[in-house]
Design a protein around this ligand. Structure first.
Ligand SMILES: [Zn+2]
Length: 125
């Protein structure tokens, strides 16, 4: 909103955004790797829980499997968002709300690099 009222030379602000996107691209890459590792560990843990079924309390195993499955699917959703953000960065549509196509504020992108919604449409997701 305020940016419309403030005259800004377009060459420098464009360069700033590019620098920000470069930084976010590397943050997203790190997050992608970290999430993939977490999911892998959860899946390994789940498999070993299943293998121990013979002597462990079955109800407890089932509960633990449910818990790690819920966590794994949460992490997979995050990973999807991160990967989608990385491909939007690659194709040049990154930083715009998928609903209204408005620019997402830089500080919002810094706080949540994987977001695909502007502040107006964030609450609906
Ligand atoms: Zn929007």
């Amino acid at each position: 909103m305020a940016s419309d009222a403030q005259p800004q030379p377009s060459d420098t602000s464009g360069g700033d955004r590019e620098a920000l996107f470069d930084r976010l691209r590397s943050d997203l890459g790190d997050e992608q790797v970290a999430l993939a590792h977490q999911i892998e560990r959860l899946e390994d843990a789940e498999q070993s829980l299943g293998a121990d079924e013979g002597f462990a309390d079955t109800a407890q195993v089932t509960a633990e499997q449910g818990e790690s499955r819920a966590l794994a699917s949460q992490l997979r959703d995050q990973l999807d968002d991160v990967e989608a953000a990385i491909s939007r960065l690659a194709e040049g549509s990154y930083g715009r709300c998928v609903i209204c196509d408005e620019h997402i504020a830089d500080d919002r992108l810094e706080a949540m690099p994987a977001t695909r919604y502007c502040i107006t449409h964030a609450s609906g997701s």
